[in-house]
Design a protein around this ligand. Structure first.
Ligand code: FPP
Length: 246
């Protein structure tokens, strides 16, 4: 059994993931990074420590996605419901985001990532709002798009899009709504990965997920590694995408 498992891992590691990505047309992966709190608690650490390691894991994952030829990555950093968490935890997540943005600015020449923050920024600290906008402007011509959902909820995203269309007085089509969503500059995700052993979308990309392939793993986000990413991409390559056709 042990050898079987080891060989399976060896198969995953030897697969040509760049070719799989190209052949399947996989352009956009979205991640629900779940399990940071449980990871930390299991190690006797405060939940915040899980988020801190989660950011490191996220950076590595984005860099692997880039190496595999993925063009758009989206992640759920903070939902409209996450304000219900203890004050300390919210403060620490905001601090991690602040540091992440600073580092993204410093590494811009090296990383060439285009950052887009999805969500209602108005509830964020005004300084953080400014930093988000500055980073978006600074990086707008970079080739790899990284969407960070921050104070994001799928339902509120669709509601604000409808209100924007009503204000314009247009009859509403699906295309109009897509063009008003926070994600309007990205294609819909091909693959949505959720870690942490929960099987739901939790208000993430509700409109955009219409034809996404969903992949769930028990792995807690801070432990998410190359083999997990490869496994998800290989599983995606086995799915038959029919988009409602036959
Ligand atoms: C889910 O795990 C994680 C979050 C809601 C927060 C994720 C935020 C970060 C990693 C920091 C900022 C992100 C970026 C991209 C810079 P959980 O806490 O719900 O885990 P649990 O289910 O084990 O409690």
């Amino acid at each position: 059994m042990f050898f079987k498992k080891k060989n399976f891992a060896a198969d995953i590691m030897s697969a040509d993931i760049n070719k799989v990505v190209k052949d399947t047309g996989l352009t956009h992966i979205a991640f629900i990074m779940d399990g940071n709190g449980r990871w930390a608690t299991a190690k006797g650490l405060p939940r915040e420590a899980g988020h801190s390691v989660g950011v490191k894991t996220f950076k590595k994952t984005v860099s692997r996605c880039r190496d595999y030829g993925i063009q758009t990555v989206t992640t759920y950093a903070f939902s409209t419901e996450n304000w219900k968490r203890p004050e300390n935890e919210v403060r620490e997540i905001m601090r991690l985001l602040d540091t992440y943005i600073k580092e993204a600015e410093d590494d811009n020449e090296k990383n060439r990532i285009r950052y887009i923050f999805l969500g209602d920024k108005s509830r964020l600290d005004p300084r953080l709002q400014e930093k988000c906008s500055y980073l978006e402007n600074l990086t707008q011509d970079n080739p790899l798009t990284l969407n960070i959902a921050l104070n994001y909820g799928g339902r509120s995203e669709i509601t604000q899009a409808c209100n924007a269309l009503i204000a314009k007085g247009n009859a509403v089509t699906e295309e109009d709504i897509s063009a008003m969503l926070y994600t309007r500059e990205s294609p819909d995700p091909d693959l949505i990965v959720r870690t942490g052993g929960e099987y739901r979308l939790s208000n993430f990309l509700l409109w955009q997920a219409a034809y996404a392939e969903l992949y769930f793993t028990d792995c807690l986000w801070p432990d998410y590694d190359d083999i997990e990413l490869r496994r998800a991409i290989l599983e995606f390559s086995k799915r038959k995408r029919r988009f409602g056709g036959v």
